[in-house]
Design a binder for this molecule. Structure first.
Ligand code: SF4
Ligand code: SF4
Length: 445
């Protein structure tokens, strides 16, 4: 398939990174690419879906990767996977003779092997310079679900309207469901049999990078998981802490041991981010070291410094997140720099997954979440216009209109962003500048 054709299909079908920030997938295509990497690291504890999809839809995913490789003229495809994902590795290995450009690269069983800067280093030995994109070292990285969506977009013209979401933690029957974009979290929770704790609190996303959520939130194209924990669980308490309290605690308790910086995965790859220096600037006044504040722009928000490294239980990641948002709001952008040499002690500072799970208090929740991929049909869905990086989509339908499944209902036109199509047929019963509510023809949960 030619480059322009694939780009147009990915754009019109609204394919975005199915996790993380949701970067529009067509915008990653680049003819300078030498290597296409399938990121199946799936390093957030309790997530299961990528390894499950790769094992089940191997042919579809490898076909999509080959389509991308062909369109951009890349030499090779790397399937980046952890050794413990045995079913996925076995299934890909069986297909290797049909896909000669594919090789499997195993990642260490550590967090955050799925940070694409880390994934690229682990699989190719290349360091993406701070402030640059993966294409600067000839790589394009896509995740597993994104490639499955690309396969359906290319072969059937099917737009992205559904999402695989793991419902886990303190629920009766943890599982991964295939649900329409716009489905309420309250209904997702019902699918997993409900909460098994009296004081449930919710995270959208993983234990390390997810955010507090409510049951009235809805699934978007980037929702990976709904996790339930008792309100008293450390993962909830951490996120509920106020910024002013976090700053006060850092002023009184940060001993400048530098463990956060020593263990920072980006710092170890030569990036200028230094959480301990930021914490010092935070507690002693930013004029003491403004560079440490500006360098927060190179942080991936992986959470290692806060959830694993800090012996004082302080909150460098959360405070860095606030600083990054303020810098961006002020118009500051990350600028390219030359990376320092990779820290020779890097491997000895890996955060092993089993240790991370124990440290986060997740051992009892680290269970299988079987893949249930029959389509779910709720009676009502609320589709947000901004579900991804780039411009919000503009509605193409209004209240009272009838829509068909897969009909385009919002568009970004020529701007960077993603088109949005209806996950189900039905009638638009509410329309604002931020979302549409569709009463569907579905049977309900
Ligand atoms: S690890 Fe904690 S105590 Fe040590 S420098 Fe970092 S924030 Fe301060
Ligand atoms: S969250 Fe902490 S450990 Fe992760 S990249 Fe940012 S500073 Fe480094």
């Amino acid at each position: 398939m030619v480059f322009e054709q694939l780009s147009e299909i990915m754009k019109s079908c609204g394919v975005v990174g199915a996790g993380g920030a949701g970067f529009p997938s067509y915008a990653k295509l680049n003819k300078k690419a030498e290597t296409i990497i399938l990121n199946c690291a799936e390093c957030e504890p309790l997530f299961r879906v990528h390894r499950q999809l790769l094992a089940k839809y191997t042919n579809e995913i490898l076909t999509a990767l080959e389509t991308v490789r062909d369109a951009v003229g890349a030499n090779e495809i790397i399937v980046a996977v952890k050794p413990s994902y045995k079913d996925a590795i076995e299934s890909v290995t069986e297909k290797l003779s049909s896909f000669p450009a594919v090789r499997i690269a195993t990642l260490p069983e550590v967090y955050p092997a799925g940070d694409e800067i880390v994934t690229i280093y682990e699989t190719t030995g290349k360091v993406v310079p701070p402030g640059e994109l993966p294409i600067s070292v000839g790589c394009i990285v896509y995740n597993v679900e994104t490639m499955l969506n690309t396969y359906y977009a290319v072969t059937e013209g099917r737009p992205v309207t559904h999402k695989y979401v793991t419902v886990g933690g303190a629920v009766k029957s943890p599982a991964t469901f295939y649900v329409p974009v716009g489905m309420k979290f309250s209904e997702l929770l019902k699918l997993a049999g409900g909460a098994v704790t009296d004081d449930p609190a919710y995270l959208s996303g993983g234990p390390m990078t997810g955010n507090l959520a409510t049951l009235s939130d809805v699934v978007t194209k980037t929702t990976n998981a709904l996790l339930v924990f008792p309100e008293t669980h450390q993962l909830i308490k951490k996120r509920q802490a106020k910024t002013t309290l976090n700053i006060r605690r850092s002023m009184s308790s940060c001993c400048q041991c530098s463990t956060c910086t020593d263990m920072c995965p980006r710092h170890m790859l030569g990036y200028p981010i230094e959480p301990h220096a930021f914490m010092r600037a935070c507690s002693k006044g930013m004029e003491t070291d403004i560079k440490a504040v500006v360098n927060t722009l190179y942080c991936s928000q992986c959470g290692v410094c806060e959830m694993f490294a800090c012996p004082q239980d302080l909150a460098p990641k959360s405070l860095i997140g606030v600083a990054k948002n303020n810098l961006r709001a002020a118009g500051l952008k990350v600028t390219p720099q030359v990376a320092k040499p990779v820290n020779p002690l890097r491997e000895s500072r890996y955060v092993q997954m089993d240790r991370l799970i124990a440290r986060l208090g997740l051992t009892r929740y680290a269970v299988d979440a079987p893949l249930m991929d029959e389509k779910i049909a709720p009676k009502e869905i609320k589709v947000l216009f901004s579900q991804h990086i780039g411009a919000p989509a503009q509605p193409l339908v209004k209240k009272g209109d009838t829509v068909a499944a897969d009909q385009k209902i919002a568009s970004v036109g020529d701007k960077l962003g993603a088109e949005i199509s209806a996950p189900a047929s039905g009638k638009v019963v509410e329309a604002t500048d931020k979302y549409l509510v569709i009463r569907t023809d579905g049977k309900g949960i």
